[in-house]
Ligand binder design. Structure first.
Ligand code: HPA
Length: 257
């Protein structure tokens, strides 16, 4: 198993965030609602980043209300030819900073006819179909019976009700990608009990639980899954994600205050 080599300045090491947040596609705007104290590019931290210059991702440290928050803005994926250890390095970095609660976000297709594009789904559980684990090589046999922390979920549902935000609850199937699914694959996932499908989050949640963090995760339902409507396009996914971001920001702020 590869070991991490993070480069953490004194300022970063001493920040002591209580909460970590991983922002998925189109959700980077959250940091505009923070009181930001530091921004550090992934390249300076020793974290893997995607190739395009200017889009490499950054760690943003700051506060929301009275909570100190560490945000990973931008993630890497298995479909970028990264391994399970690489896509979860950011979660271990948050663990090294002392994060105890981790909130993950993603964009996903919806398989459930009652959960519509533009709405949010909080994960009650997941199905890891990537064939990978960040724990390969140890630790073995970590309990995953409550991977998404029940008490955190209850808090988010309470805040959603108070803010009149429609927040569904369901099961996320995590696949490798990079291609979208076929209609037959979507029918299979529905039989398996999945409500949403995407290409991230499951490995990060496994890593976080193995580190003892409490975890909550949210899918922005950006499109009907393959075969349920017209062809899928990444630009539609990004656009719906940007439009729906505000509702999750309200929820996160409500929980963090
Ligand atoms: N499938 C997989 N990943 C996705 C989708 C989808 O339909 N939408 C957004 N990410």
């Amino acid at each position: 198993m590869s070991t991490d080599h993070f480069t953490l300045t004194e300022n970063v090491r001493n920040f002591a965030p209580a909460v970590g947040l991983v922002l998925g596609s189109g959700l980077g705007g959250f940091t505009r609602r923070m009181e930001v104290s530091q921004r550090v590019p992934y390249s300076e931290l020793g974290l893997p980043h995607s190739g395009a210059p200017g889009h490499e991702g950054e760690l943003v440290l700051g506060t929301v209300g009275s909570s100190r928050v560490a945000v990973l803005s931008g993630r890497t994926h298995l479909y970028e030819n990264r391994g399970a250890r690489e896509v979860t390095a950011g979660v271990r970095l948050l663990g090294a900073l002392g994060v105890g609660k981790l909130f993950l976000t993603n964009a996903a297709g919806t398989l459930n006819e009652a959960y519509r594009p533009g709405e949010w789904m909080m994960l009650s559980d997941h199905i890891n179909l990537t064939g990978e684990s960040p724990l390969a090589g140890g630790p073995n046999f970590v309990d995953m019976s409550e991977i998404y922390t029940l008490s955190l979920r209850a808090r988010f549902l309470g805040v959603a009700a108070a803010h009149a935000v429609r927040l569904h609850v369901g099961i996320y199937a995590g696949l490798r990608g990079p291609q979208y699914e076929t209609p037959a694959e979507i029918r299979m996932l529905r039989v398996m009990g999945a409500d949403a499908v995407g290409m991230s989050t499951v490995l990060e949640a496994i890593q976080a639980r193995a580190l003892g963090m409490e975890v909550a995760a949210f899918s922005c339902l950006t499109n009907w899954a393959s075969g349920m409507s017209g062809p899928l396009s990444h630009s539609d996914v990004m656009e719906v994600g940007r439009g729906a971001a505000g509702a999750l920001v309200d929820l996160l702020e409500g929980v963090l205050q």
